[in-house]
Design a binder for this molecule. Structure first.
Ligand SMILES: [Zn+2]
Length: 328
């Protein structure tokens, strides 16, 4: 009798585990389609300014004289690896990423904040392209962990401006999208050199930036790497194009999203929004990008709201093509 009960319990447990594993496997592969969304057309050959998108929030800005990049994240370790193992920059993926963008020299690499999917590769990209690494103290600690010399790093504080050739970058305080792992109002920082391999959560947020990008030959642009905002922080700033980080926006409330749109798009008078940070960065760059699985985000929800507000406010919404240059 007792043995029969024990056997029944063991079988039930096993079934439960199998169902949980099957659920996880199915759910990590169910994701919204990317079809049906308008895309930025390729840049005309005469375009003074060209931008290339390389997944997540990696954007290459080039005016033909000076090129610089946000993030430079190419390693893209699988989500399973990220959850259960320690991760490190993948030098082969970085080489391949830079090669596919056709750059070997950059003025600066500028992570939008210090989470691993933005800042993990930045110091190696900067060292490989003779670039400055620019960011918060947390970002500089990612640089120190990879042996980046102090003289090649520039710390910036909210309100700071830097010039790169004819480009001017203004660093404004923004906020990260709310995450299950984050505590309301608490910004975690990297307070010592971060030496990889390390657990993905070791790359703590640091300062999340809204980067205002100005150039005499282009409309001002705003780069937001995460779906957050600081109420009123962009008051008085103007930008024609907003690169809008939308990661996990599909899991936020409509009220949050409405305020997010007003603070980041309406307030600066933008006429074009280019959503970024919607691709599943557990997948490599050499295959077509796919959206995050529903388990993490729902891009279709985000796009439904954005499309409605864009139509109301006279704003154009277009996804960036992968690696192909476009005129922002
Ligand atoms: Zn982040």
């Amino acid at each position: 009798m007792k043995r029969r009960i024990l056997r029944w319990i063991a079988l039930s447990l096993l079934t439960l585990i199998l169902v949980a594993v099957a659920f996880f496997v199915v759910q990590t592969n169910r994701r919204p389609s990317l079809e049906g969304y308008a895309q930025m057309p390729p840049a005309p050959p005469a375009a003074a300014i060209q931008v290339r998108f390389a997944g997540v929030a990696t954007l290459l800005f080039d005016d033909g004289e000076t090129a610089w990049m946000t993030d430079g994240f190419f390693s893209r370790p699988s989500l399973a690896r990220t959850a259960f193992m320690r991760i490190a920059p993948d030098r082969a993926a970085i080489d391949a990423g830079l090669k596919s963008l056709g750059v070997d020299r950059l003025a600066a690499v500028v992570p939008v904040h210090s989470h691993y999917d933005h800042a993990m590769d930045s110091p190696l990209v900067a060292m490989q392209t003779d670039a400055l690494l620019v960011g918060s103290e947390s970002t500089l600690n990612v640089g120190r962990g990879l042996g980046m010399p102090e003289g090649r790093m520039r710390r910036v504080l909210p309100g700071d401006r830097i010039s790169l050739g004819r480009w001017t970058l203004t660093f404004l305080a923004s906020r990260h999208a709310p995450l299950p792992i984050s505590r309301e109002g608490v910004v975690e920082t990297i307070d010592a050199p971060l030496v990889p391999p390390a657990h993905s959560l070791s790359w703590r947020e640091g300062q999340t930036w809204a980067i205002l990008v100005e150039h005499p030959d282009a409309t001002p642009m705003l780069v937001l790497g995460s779906a957050g905002f600081v109420p009123g922080a962009l008051e008085g700033r103007r930008a024609g194009t907003v690169f809008l980080g939308v990661g996990t926006a599909g899991k936020q409330t409509p009220e949050y999203l409405s305020q997010w749109w007003d603070e980041n798009v309406k307030r600066v008078g933008a006429k074009r929004v280019i959503p970024i940070h919607w691709d599943d960065f557990g997948e490599p760059l050499d295959t077509p990008l796919v959206a995050f699985p529903y388990l993490i985000d729902d891009l279709s929800v985000t796009m439904k709201h954005l499309t409605a507000w864009a139509a109301r406010d006279g704003v154009e919404i277009k996804l960036p093509p992968l690696l192909t240059p476009f005129a922002p």
